[in-house]
Design a protein around this ligand. Structure first.
Ligand code: NAD
Ligand code: MG
Length: 394
């Protein structure tokens, strides 16, 4: 591999951030970490700083930054602690950094991830919400910055691995016919519909195959996660909505597939462990050890496939609809979803009302074509306001 890669990890204390640190520290001769960021979790950030000794650590809240500064000083570490949202963008575009892991959850990741793209970094994209909100702006920033996006989402990383090596977004040249995006169906795939109103945040976050942050766990339970991923695939692979089919596959062993015009279907398989796509993206186009157990075919009871049930999972239908309409609608869907999921996690909204709230917000918003980041953020802000009003009446 050509030299050492220098990283910023946005969202270092989260599920993806921690898995990234696990892979990176297996290869000290390949990766160094220049900066880590987190919202407010001082303990995990302190441990991460001890582990990789970054030059900068960013905490979004000033009180967390002050506490971290003190504890680092007590421990004799010379990491410089910054605070506030602008510091996130600052460390995402440091001149000495070539690779940025974008693993903040939700719309909060948009600005720093865009900064990394505009600065020409290799963006390892876990924060799918930023692409859903501002896909066109994002792709333009990557083009103008001269960097690239390597997807971390296991499905999109799998698709990248299944596409022809020379794929440049032109489907006719590559002979690609369809993307088959696999989905586990989450914890409520087989629950009687009548019980969905009463499920708790703990039940929603108990994913059968993956251990993840709480927001994406709820998104998996509603299948909004798959909806966001359909939109993500549209932007990453220049795929029209009709060419992206969701295939429910409860074992989460096939991470996605690409179908070609000659009838070939290429799949990527592996144990459900995010360190595989993370290692793939970190070393791309090379391969490195990730710490993931090899897949044992003799332990697999079988692989099962079914069509998604859109009556059970209305969020998936809504995501396809906003993808077809385009413009500000994906950002509105994302914002309404973040508000509704936040309320559900606080125990203040029923699980089955998450889709109702999003649907109500979408039907109240007029279609517009955002021209700038400010337009996107304004659409996000207004949709959040509407979602909050709707939640109180839901
Ligand atoms: P998480 O909740 O475990 O971690 C989120 C991280 O973002 C934390 O470091 C937190 O401090 C930081 N953060 C939260 N709010 C912030 C804010 N307002 N400003 C700045 N930082 C903030 O989430 P996760 O499961 O690691 O997911 C991160 C992203 O990766 C999400 O976009 C998710 O959809 C995506 N993703 C996750 C997985 C997974 O297996 N966990 C898989 C695919 C994609
Ligand atoms: Mg995924």
């Amino acid at each position: 591999m050509t030299g050492m890669r220098t990283l910023t990890i946005l969202g270092a204390t989260g599920s993806i951030g921690q898995s990234t640190l696990d892979v990176v520290t297996r290869h000290p001769q390949r990766f160094r970490v220049a900066a880590l960021t987190a919202h407010a979790q001082v303990g995990p950030m302190l441990s991460a700083c001890r582990l990789v000794r970054p030059r900068y650590a960013v905490m979004v809240t000033e009180s967390a930054a002050a506490e971290l500064r003190q504890r680092l000083r007590d421990g004799g570490l010379d990491t410089e602690v910054l605070s506030g949202e602008t510091a996130l963008s600052q460390v995402a575009s440091l001149p000495e950094v070539d690779t940025v892991m974008a693993a903040i959850v939700g719309a909060a990741g948009l600005r720093p991830t865009l900064s990394a793209a505009a600065a020409g970094k290799r963006v390892l994209l876990a924060n799918k919400e930023s692409l859903v909100m501002a896909g066109h702006l994002f792709l333009r920033a990557v083009r103008e910055g001269g960097g690239m996006i390597v997807p971390i989402d296991s499905e999109h990383n799998a698709i990248l691995q299944c596409l022809p090596g020379r794929f440049n977004g032109d489907w006719s040249v590559g002979g690609v016919r369809r993307i088959l995006l696999t989905a586990s169906g989450g914890p409520f795939r087989c629950r009687p519909l009548s019980e969905l109103a009463g499920v708790t945040p703990e039940q929603a976050c108990a994913h059968p195959n993956w251990v993840m942050g709480r927001k994406i766990s709820v998104d998996s339970a509603t299948m909004m996660n798959k909806g966001l991923e359909v939109i993500e695939a549209h932007y990453l692979f220049n795929a029209p909505a009709e060419a992206i089919e969701v295939v429910v596959h409860p074992q989460s062993v096939i991470h996605s597939m690409v179908e070609y015009v000659d009838g070939s279907v290429i799949a990527q398989l592996g144990n459900p462990d995010m360190r595989t796509p993370i290692a793939h993206a970190l070393a791309f186009p090379e391969r490195i050890e990730s710490g993931v157990q090899p897949l044992n075919f003799f332990d697999l009871a079988g692989l099962h496939f079914e069509k998604p049930d859109l009556a059970r999972f209305p969020c998936l239908r809504l995501a396809y609809e906003v993808l077809r309409v385009g413009g500000n609608m994906p950002a509105v869907l994302n914002a309404a979803n973040e508000v509704a999921v936040g309320r559900f996690l606080e125990g203040r909204l029923r699980f089955d009302r998450i889709a109702t709230v999003i649907d109500a917000v979408l039907s109240r918003v007029a279609h517009e074509t955002p021209q700038s980041l400010e337009d996107v953020l304004e659409a996000d802000r207004r949709a959040r306001e509407m979602a909050l009003q709707t939640v109180t009446h839901a």
